[in-house]
Design a protein around this ligand. Structure first.
Ligand code: SF4
Length: 248
């Protein structure tokens, strides 16, 4: 089995979302996704080259040939950790939907996890894949897609199975909301989470545009926070901080 894959990019930046917001991470972005959310603005197709930050945090990228070998990534992470001791909290495995590559991650994560903790950012639908990899993952940030906001089919069963599997680790749930979010869908997401564990952190993330503008009114956010708090113990409202910090 090959341990190389076309990647989209590797860079060092601040985590802008969820429970680990504010921590610095090394981001490894994998291509492809099994969903097609209305608000998606992520590049998910790999090109003929992978963008790699020339040095951690410099914002300048060089291009390396695809597919990228595990050894190349390990050498890069080791170099950046030596250059900036203790600066990186963890490695964020992100996408797209990284769990589409579970065969490859089964080889990569044990090696990467020796260097830094692993944070998996996922749409929370591929439960078999997360079960397979769970022992090599430290933090999981999973989405629950609200069907109206994401314009996806209802995925409640997929999300429930995923959360049950992910609950073995430090997991948090994120829902993206807009001004038109249907309250019953938020309630359904909260009930799904409370059915597994009402203490799981639940993050309401307003749609944030590329300029860092949040397109949901404060009144609406407070309303949704109150609704979720009736069902869950740890509800937070967090925008995508990297947008207004203007970091990648
Ligand atoms: S799950 Fe994420 S990457 Fe996939 S389409 Fe939705 S927003 Fe985009």
């Amino acid at each position: 089995m090959s341990s190389s894959i076309p990647l989209i990019e590797i860079f060092s930046s601040l985590q802008g979302e969820g429970m680990l917001a504010g921590y610095r991470q090394i981001f490894i972005r994998l291509p492809g996704c099994n969903l097609d959310c209305a608000y998606c603005d992520t590049v998910i197709e790999a090109s003929s080259v992978c963008r790699v930050e020339a040095s951690p945090g410099c914002g300048q990228f060089k291009e390396i040939a695809q597919p990228v070998a595990l050894e190349t990534v390990l050498n890069l992470v080791r170099r950046w950790c030596t250059q900036l001791p203790n600066a990186h909290h963890s490695i964020s495995i992100t996408g797209g939907e990284p769990l589409l590559h579970d065969d490859l991650l089964a080889q990569w994560l044990p090696e990467l996890n020796i260097l830094l903790p692993i944070h998996l950012e996922t749409n929370g639908t591929l439960s078999a894949a997360v079960s397979r990899l769970i022992e090599h993952v430290d933090f999981i940030s999973m989405d629950i897609k609200l069907p109206t906001a994401a314009a996806t089919p209802a995925l409640w069963d997929e999300h429930r199975r995923f959360l049950e599997a992910a609950h073995e680790r430090d997991v948090s749930v994120k829902v993206i909301v807009g001004e038109l979010t249907v309250e019953q869908e938020l309630v359904a997401a909260c009930k799904l989470v409370s059915g597994v564990d009402e203490e799981i952190p639940f993050i309401i993330q307003p749609v944030t545009d590329r300029d860092g503008r949040v397109s949901v009114s404060p009144q609406r956010l407070l309303q949704l926070q109150a609704v979720a708090s009736r069902l869950l113990a740890d509800v937070r409202v967090l925008p995508q901080m990297h947008r207004f910090l203007e970091v990648p």
